[in-house]
Every structure is written in C-alpha cells, then in structure tokens.
Design a protein. Structure first.
Length: 96
C-alpha cells in the first residue's frame, strides 16, 4: 500500500517545491505568511520523510533511483532557499 502511494506523493512534493521556488523568486511575500511558512517547512519535512522511505525500499530499480535523486535534490534546494531567506532577513534586520 505504501509503495503505491510513494510515486504520487513524490510527484506532488516536487510540484510543491517548484511552486515554492517560483514564489521565492517572483512573489516572496506570499511565502512569509503563516500558511506559506507552514507549506514551506512541511514540504521540507515531507521530502526528508519520503527520501528516507525510498532509501529504505530502493534496491536496484533505476526508475526508483531516479525518483530518489529528484526528491533529494528538490528537498535540498527548498531547504537552501529557506536558509538563504533567513540569512537575507537577518542581514536586512540588522541594518540601521
């Protein structure tokens, strides 16, 4: 049952990560709302969880290895965007 749900969850998660990237570039104000931050943090945690589940179940199937790499890279980029946003916020907050 869980293996059947991993592919749709993975595709949805990558789509959410792409929307976060889009909003981070073009309309960052929507990401700093409470709902935006919830989606952002939730997508990172979901990405880590799905990655760990995939890593546990993947043996040698090439399609699953590709999905595993895509999930890892999109989660890593989303987490990096969060880190960069925090650094920018800290720098602008400390300005006189």
């Amino acid at each position: 049952m869980l293996k059947r749900l991993l592919v749709p969850f993975s595709i949805t998660l990558v789509g959410v990560h792409l929307f976060i990237l889009y909003f981070w570039i073009f309309d960052w104000e929507k990401l700093v709302t409470p709902s935006g931050l919830t989606v952002w943090i939730g997508s990172i945690l979901s990405g880590v969880l799905i990655y760990l589940i995939y890593r546990k179940s993947v043996h040698t199937e090439k399609s699953k290895l590709l999905i595993l790499k895509i999930i890892f890279s999109s989660t890593l980029v989303t987490a990096a965007l969060g880190s960069i946003a925090l650094i920018i916020e800290f720098i602008t907050f400390s300005m006189p």
